[in-house]
Design a protein around this ligand. Structure first.
Ligand code: HEC
Length: 240
């Protein structure tokens, strides 16, 4: 009897642990989306060839990102009540995003240049790379995509990501927007992995839409995507 109680308690522990991981994964994804949204909302300003100093500093980015997150989620991403590990990860992530904006001031403020290549996807990749360097063996965030859509080779799905994309997200009956998560291993290290699907909206199609193969403003061939098509996925890894 005692033994059974012990097992049950142990199971509860495991699931409470997983609940924290899911919450952490969702928060990291939501902060990434808030950050990308701020870049997107300022894209016209960033692309304005007639203005030099745009005043779009890391500090300005920070306030806008926190505000966007608050509006979407109803709570501060660095709320005091958060699990401490999760809070410290989110803090590292936000700092990484702010640093990317600060380090990009020269290009953002380039006078006489319209398109500068500073777009949400590039910003996200740079911020995720910085986060990964700082978190080393604790966590990583990556934006990946179905193999046939990948533009930057660094975004190529690994075996696990590809399997989830193909067998879950591309399955006709997968509920739109539903994440997939699993306790698994990465290079032999136990990890909680979470993949969150992303879809094209109207605003993506100037680059990822039709006609397929036509060069977009960034120099890549368009994918021929339509609104609602699976575009990619946010991939979160939390090492155990
Ligand atoms: C201005 C053109 C442009 C727009 C608009 C745009 N993208 Fe992209 N997207 C790119 C470029 C360029 C890359 C490669 C960035 C890099 O160097 O990592 C990219 C990368 C991605 C990736 C990562 C995988 C890869 O192919 O490297 C995903 C997923 C993605 N875009 C989805 C979207 C979605 C969803 C939207 C709309 C919300 C969107 N994009 C809007 C140009 C664009």
């Amino acid at each position: 009897m005692l033994f059974c109680t012990f097992i049950a308690a142990d199971r509860n522990f495991a699931s409470a642990d997983e609940a924290v991981d899911i919450e952490t994964g969702n928060r990291l994804a939501s902060v990434l989306r808030a950050g990308r949204g701020v870049i997107s909302n300022n894209q016209e300003l960033i692309n304005d060839a007639s203005i030099g100093d745009k005043g779009f500093t890391g500090e300005v980015f920070f306030s806008a990102a926190i505000e966007a997150y608050l509006k979407k989620n109803g709570e501060h991403p660095l709320d005091e009540g958060l699990d401490p590990e999760s809070r410290s990860m989110t803090e590292t992530q936000i700092n990484a995003m702010v640093e990317v904006v600060d380090e990009s001031q020269e290009i953002i403020n380039a006078d006489g240049l319209a398109f500068k290549g500073f777009i949400p996807a590039v910003f996200a990749r740079l911020a995720n790379e910085k986060f990964g360097e700082e978190m080393a063996d604790r966590a990583s965030i990556k934006v990946t995509a179905p193999k046939e859509l990948v533009r930057n080779r660094k975004a190529r799905p690994d075996e696990w990501e590809n399997e989830v994309i193909v067998t879950k997200f591309q399955a006709a009956d997968w509920p739109v927007g539903e994440a997939f998560f699993e306790e698994t291993a990465v290079d032999g290290k136990p990890a909680f992995r979470m993949l969150i699907p992303e879809y094209y909206s109207e605003s993506c199609l100037a680059c990822h839409g039709s006609p397929k193969g036509e060069t977009d403003v960034t120099g890549f061939p368009k994918e021929g995507g339509s609104v609602g098509d699976l575009a990619g996925a946010i991939s979160i890894t939390l090492y155990k």
